[in-house]
Design a protein around this ligand. Sequence first.
Ligand SMILES: C[S@@+](CC[C@H](N)C(=O)[O-])C[C@H]1O[C@@H](n2cnc3c(N)ncnc32)[C@H](O)[C@@H]1O
Length: 284
Amino acid sequence: MTERYNVEQIRRYWTEQARLHKQSADASWSDRPVIDMEIQEISRRLADGDRVLDVGCANGYSTVQLAANKRIHIRGLDYIPEMIKNARERLNGLGGRLAGDVEFDVEDITALSEPDDAYDKVVVIRVLINLADWEQQVRGLRECARVLRPGGLLLLSEATVQGWQKMNAFRREWGLPDIPMPPFNRYVNQDEVVSAATPTLELLELSNFASTYYVGTRILKPLLAKALGGPVNVANPDTEWNRWFSQWPAIGEYGTQKLFVFQKQAGTSQPGMEVPAGNKEVGE
Ligand SMILES: C[S@@+](CC[C@H](N)C(=O)[O-])C[C@H]1O[C@@H](n2cnc3c(N)ncnc32)[C@H](O)[C@@H]1O
């Protein structure tokens, strides 16, 4: 089993990504079609006038896209100062050409200094999976719930153990090796996330928005390349093949990446910080 990064190694990894990629979406992930699908999925759940917190916003690539067409007030937070510097530079470069208004600040998802009940929507895209253990993941989840107003939505896009294992089972049927979890990630168990969120947050929907994309790019693409040979770089997401599959309707539960739509319940007291059991290290 691959050794997981500790807190310091994860922080170093994201600092390097910020320095290396500056304002490029690659600072967050090289799989741009999935990033664009996430933006689309989240964008259609935002409304003009919403107060939105985007936690773990990296260099603001997605934050700014979310504000491009909706008149929202969005605040992007990340714990890496270089990411926020790059995000602010991106914003300055836009010269106010957005429908919504945007600001950025340095903050840690596990200890937000935002007030309680302040936001209509909280967006978290691939951030819990970058925390060092289950305790920190639960802490981050609860901080996001705390700053959400009752009735507000938490839009949480994370890599799940269930989606990852189902995709790898499909690959194995066709003689393809498993795709490992990167060492800086701890994919979440979707059932444990839902149970840790309860009763403050109720799950309204678990969207498998990327399922067809994963089948197209992680199973069909390598199989075709293997069968036909030729110059295809299977791992390169910047291809017409990937862009085309990102436009297909989602079928099945084969996407590692899933969107949880949670609603904060009125009158539920914030649960204590005791952490429910779960999320044991998952073998690859
Ligand atoms: C995979 S990137 C996701 C970026 C962005 N949400 C997006 O939509 O592309 C993960 C980001 O989470 C940030 N992050 C990791 N741990 C964090 C923490 N404890 N508090 C705030 N941000 C954190 C990293 O610095 C990195 O920018």
